[in-house]
Design a protein around this ligand. Structure first.
Ligand SMILES: NC(=O)c1ccc[n+]([C@@H]2O[C@H](COP(=O)([O-])OP(=O)(O)OC[C@H]3O[C@@H](n4cnc5c(N)ncnc54)[C@H](OP(=O)(O)O)[C@@H]3O)[C@@H](O)[C@H]2O)c1
Length: 262
């Protein structure tokens, strides 16, 4: 939470987390937390954005497909907080600047969620067939752009009382599944960036979060025709909310374990 106009008056006691615990909305004071969520037009990004909007968070959302993003933003803005939807590609430095400027326009930045992701090959293929340009694309979106957005966001995150970065990871970052090598390598790199960022920025919380398999377009593109019934992304969101409420130490967390611990 950013210190801001009316901030002290709005808070009863020390910061306890982002639940409904000690946060008091002060009409017109703009004291609710602000998040940037990339890849928020559908899937996990959208589900998390909806949950935060329901808690009154102000949101800056992105995705490349403007019409889908606008539709999502329209629905989410009915839930509570302010929603700024900026279509664009996270690999575009000017777009990343625009996302952070929009957060600043909402009063600051408390949470950055790097959720937009590329597979590198659709469907996934074994390493012997993986196009090197596909691997470059996965690294560009999942690692380089994620770091670029962190770099752009750091001044605002450091100014927040509770600056937080969530890097959406995958079990493919730690398990050697056939065909998931390029994507998994990019998520492993993302995990490592998150771990080093946590060491370098001890005042922030930096969580790499493996959401577990979910029924989304990304999963369908990775493994077409899979009928094994993955859970909906909404079922994973409580794990993210738990992190925000409890604020454990920076580190790597898996959503299924967080959900079991509830
Ligand atoms: N689904 C799973 O089983 C699973 C498992 C483990 C981890 N994950 C991770 O969970 C996260 C969310 O995945 P999901 O399954 O919810 O995917 P999804 O439903 O396919 O949604 C992906 C979102 O990211 C946007 N996007 C993609 N590339 C982008 C780019 N370059 N710039 C900006 N936005 C971009 C998409 O919109 P546009 O296409 O319009 O840009 C969409 O809004 C990802 O980090 C993924 O790696 C997923």
């Amino acid at each position: 939470m950013r210190p801001g106009p009316g901030h002290e008056a709005a808070r009863a006691g020390p910061f306890l987390g982002w639940g409904q615990s000690n946060e008091v909305r002060v009409e017109g004071m703009g004291v609710m937390p602000v998040a940037i969520i990339t890849g928020a037009s559908r899937g996990l990004g959208r589900a998390l954005a909806a949950a935060l909007a329901g808690r009154g968070w102000d949101l800056v959302l992105d995705a490349r497909t403007a019409v889908v993003l606008a539709e999502t933003a329209g629905e989410l803005s009915a839930l509570g907080g302010r929603v700024v939807a900026l279509p664009g590609d996270v690999t575009d430095a000017a777009h990343r600047k625009e996302l952070v400027a929009a957060a600043q326009g909402l009063g600051g930045l408390d949470l950055l969620v790097s959720n937009a992701s590329a597979l590198g090959a659709e469907p996934l293929v074994r390493l012997e067939e993986l196009m090197l340009d596909g691997l470059r694309q996965a690294l560009e979106v999942n690692v380089v752009a994620a770091l670029g957005l962190v770099q752009e966001s750091l001044p605002l995150l450091r100014a927040s009382e509770s600056g937080t970065v969530i890097a959406v990871s995958s079990d493919a970052a730690v398990e050697a599944y056939e065909t998931w090598g390029g994507y998994g390598a990019s998520k492993a790199a993302l995990d490592h960036l998150a771990a080093v960022l946590a060491a370098e920025e001890p005042e922030l919380r930096v969580w790499a979060v493996d959401p577990g398999d979910m029924r989304t377009e990304l999963y369908a593109a990775a493994v077409p025709g899979d009928e094994s019934g993955r859970p909906e992304p909404e079922t994973v969101v409580p794990a993210f909310l738990r992190l925000l409420d409890v604020r454990p130490a920076s580190g790597r967390y898996a959503a299924p374990a967080l959900l079991e611990a509830k």
